[in-house]
Design a protein around this ligand. Structure first.
Ligand code: ZN
Length: 321
């Protein structure tokens, strides 16, 4: 009897412990981004992840922030040590997250971010090679143009003097064929912000499974003419810019996955500013992609308010007390 009781106690403890440990550990990294919304974007993403019930979230930030001004009020919610907003992005020599503690890392760095210390870059490369997870949001694919391994992780990038030396342009044409174009030219452009029509190209991938084949984003930038190594990259969904004449017939990668060693990368080009970050399209793809990058699976269902071909949907953000 005593033995049975002990087993029961042991099982209960194990069950309770595993329930407490069941949440995935996410780390959002930020601090330098030409998009002034970034401090708010980090808090929005943190809240989305926590509210899904699947994640615990930490934030780690470059001590020398850049362009934090507009959403300064959101910085304090991170519960981090004091930061200093600098007129120019500068390398924080102490930026060294313990990546191995996390199932997935979300990058909210952006264009113009200063390189991380070399040791931190190497530590992140090892984390990813050994099976880590990375989520690249919007301008995170503008950052670190000279860091080769990072560019292999994100597959495609833009701006930062990216050209044919960095890899081909990759997009779908009107016939539904993938084009890899090595012709010379700058990487990265976008038209005016608008509701972007999206076409799902891989409907059986865990991230896109159950979505309608066509849906609309909220007001966002349609990143275009990105270029990069594009190795082991799967394009899940494309978007066609409706504001530029020369964008017709170019269906640009908007959602991608990339394999880097044993690591999984989810690359989401959406998320320019508050209206984009409040879009159900952004929230859903971000949450599903982050779970997939962490585990290789998606357990979440597609929400009832997911957009359709003709109607974008949005959830006004409310900061949790
Ligand atoms: Zn943008």
């Amino acid at each position: 009897m005593k033995t049975i009781l002990s087993i029961c106690l042991l099982l209960t403890t194990t069950c309770l412990t595993s329930a407490a440990q069941a949440k995935l550990k996410a780390l959002i990294i930020d601090g330098q981004n030409n998009h002034a919304v970034w401090p708010k974007a980090t808090i929005m993403m943190k809240q989305y992840l926590e509210d899904s019930g699947l994640f615990t979230v930490d934030i780690q930030r470059s001590r020398f922030t850049w362009k934090a001004g507009r959403e300064q009020a959101f910085l304090k919610f991170a519960g981090l040590a004091e930061t200093e907003d600098r007129p120019k992005a500068e390398t924080d020599p102490d930026f060294a997250p313990d990546f191995a503690k996390y199932d997935v890392v979300v990058s909210n760095f952006g264009w113009g971010a200063a390189d991380w210390p070399e040791k931190t870059q190497k530590s992140f490369e090892n984390y990813m090679k050994n099976g880590g997870g990375l989520v690249s949001i919007h301008a995170a694919d503008n950052s670190f143009p000279l860091w080769k391994a990072y560019n292999r992780m994100i597959g495609l990038g833009g701006w930062g003097d990216r050209t044919e030396k960095d890899g081909p342009y990759v997009y779908y044409n009107d016939k539904g064929e993938i084009v890899r174009d090595h012709s010379p030219g700058k990487g990265g452009t976008h038209g005016s912000q608008h509701e972007i029509p999206i076409t799902v190209r891989e409907p059986n991938h865990p991230i896109t499974k159950g979505m309608p084949l066509h849906w609309l984003t909220t007001q966002d930038e349609c990143y275009a003419k990105l270029r990069g190594p594009a190795e082991k990259m799967t394009i899940l969904a494309t978007g066609e810019d409706q504001t530029k004449a020369d964008a017709k017939g170019r269906h640009e990668p908007m959602l991608m996955t990339i394999q880097f060693g044993k690591g999984r990368v989810f690359h989401n080009t959406l998320g320019h500013d508050t209206p984009a970050l409040e879009g159900v399209a952004f929230i859903t793809t971000f949450l599903r992609g982050t779970e997939w990058a962490a585990t290789g699976k998606v357990t979440q269902t597609i929400p009832d308010d997911f957009p359709t071909r003709d109607k974008a949907t949005s959830r006004p953000f409310k900061l949790r007390d």
